[in-house]
Design a protein around this ligand. Structure first.
Ligand code: DGL
Length: 289
């Protein structure tokens, strides 16, 4: 069973793509709705909450956990992988959503961390829309710059957008917000609009059509959920010990929030019925933060 962790609903966009690409796998989703959004939290809080979430999924029997949250992947994953996981469960793995996105942007495997010439299909310029914390972490520009320094990366934080999406705001309300963030990104771009755009927050694919509408026609939008799903499929081929041996069981969804309210919101936000159960019926998450 593969665990999928997010601060709230956004990770469902990743889960959906994983379910489509990996029909034989069983997934367990955990949304930390009580502590969401992570995008405005300190690095220490994101680290601790993410660690607790992963622990909860390990306690349910997951041997592989996908951090379906850009903020957690950017702010907490490396530290958890290096300092916590080897002591907690050296035989288990935690993977994030940043590495697959960066591999897709740079058109080269992650391990090739030495600066290279720009491979022919790599975009000259990239726009990233993300939460304040992801932007501040500088993780995307840093990791892209280490690999293909000639790619110009522009970042734009979109404060408040996750909250409005989570609140089920209608397109009429979201459109001007998205238009404003796109205009602010374009304002930074010295050499015309970016060739490629990454919606670097799991909630933003839910309003990808509004970003596409606001961006100039030539700008391609990278589909992060699809990229993550393809990357996980390749990972499981390379590491079959993390792949399910049995037939898929129905996905279960846990939340640290109020299950009925979260389920209703998931239906509104995602347009799909996803029944959530309370996560704290087992080893609960402690929200001291
Ligand atoms: N899931 C988070 C991300 O991808 C966005 C929501 C939040 O701020 O908690 O960055």
């Amino acid at each position: 069973m593969i665990g999928v962790f997010d601060s709230g609903h956004g990770g469902l966009t990743i889960l959906q793509a994983l379910e489509q690409h990996l029909p034989q796998e069983t997934f367990l989703y955990l949304g930390d709705h009580r502590a969401a959004p992570y995008g405005d939290r300190s690095a220490a809080q994101v680290h601790d909450l993410t660690r607790q979430g992963i622990d909860r999924l390990f306690a349910e029997g997951c041997r592989l956990v996908i951090l379906a949250c850009n903020t957690a992947s950017a702010k907490a994953l490396r530290q958890l992988q290096q300092n916590w996981l080897p002591k907690r469960a050296a035989d288990r793995r935690v993977l994030g959503v940043m590495v697959p996105a960066i591999e897709a942007i740079t058109r080269q495997p992650w391990q090739l961390a030495s600066p290279s010439q720009r491979p022919p299909e790599t975009p000259r310029s990239l726009g990233i829309f993300a939460t304040q914390r992801t932007v501040e972490s500088g993780a995307y520009p840093r990791e892209i710059g280490l690999r293909v320094p000639s790619v110009t990366v522009y970042q734009q934080a979109c404060p408040g957008l996750v909250d409005r999406i989570e609140a089920g705001a209608a397109a009429e309300e979201l459109r001007p917000l998205v238009q404003d963030f796109v205009a602010r990104l374009q304002h930074q771009c010295e050499d015309g609009p970016p060739e490629l755009v990454l919606l670097g927050c799991t909630h933003y694919p839910l309003v990808a059509h509004l970003f596409e509408e606001a961006l100039p026609p030539g700008t391609e939008v990278l589909d992060q959920p699809q990229v993550v799903a393809r990357s996980l499929a390749a990972y499981l081929t390379r590491h079959p010990r993390f792949a399910s041996k049995d037939l898929r069981q129905e996905t279960r969804h846990l939340t640290t929030g109020e299950p009925d309210r979260v389920s209703d919101k998931a239906a509104r936000v995602l347009g799909q019925i996803r029944r959530f159960e309370a996560a704290d019926k087992g080893a609960g998450l402690k929200h001291s933060a």
